[in-house]
Design a protein. Structure first.
Length: 142
């Protein structure tokens, strides 16, 4: 993991599986979302902080690459890495791996920050993140 990767452990629960006993495809997205919010909290940003600042994160696109099945009881780690570029969007690259290192899925999300008053994306999503984070380096920001 790079310096700004974050990881959270999750145990696959039986009620999250489908009729074949595999983790339901929509739950991969929930795991990724959970890890993203946990990553923000780790950096010192709470959802209430974003709302108080008048911005809200939005997901514009998500790609999931399923690599190996997961079953009830499997222990996984979900990683999260924010990737900053130029413009109004950023990427979050995530991996869902069993504890033995087997890659189960890769999730890539493209997001931005919505100015809640103007209802438009902020010009530079790094600005609210730097302003609100207690530890911006945890998000790959200097």
């Amino acid at each position: 993991m790079a310096d700004h990767d974050f990881a959270v452990p999750i145990t696959v629960r039986g009620y999250e599986t489908d009729a074949q006993g595999h983790l339901n495809q929509s739950v991969y997205l929930q795991y990724a979302e959970h890890a993203r919010w946990a990553h923000l909290q780790h950096a010192g940003i709470r959802q209430a902080d974003l709302l108080a600042a008048g911005v809200g994160p939005v997901v514009l696109e998500t790609t999931v690459r399923y690599r190996r099945e997961l079953r009830a009881g499997d222990e996984v780690t979900v990683t999260s890495r924010f990737v900053w570029g130029d413009g109004k969007t950023f990427r979050v690259e995530q991996r869902i791996e069993r504890t033995d290192g087997t890659l189960a899925a890769e999730v890539t999300a493209v997001g931005g920050f919505l100015d809640l008053a103007a209802r438009r994306l902020v010009d530079d999503p790094r600005v609210p993140m730097r302003d609100l984070a207690e530890a911006p380096a945890e998000l790959g920001l200097q």
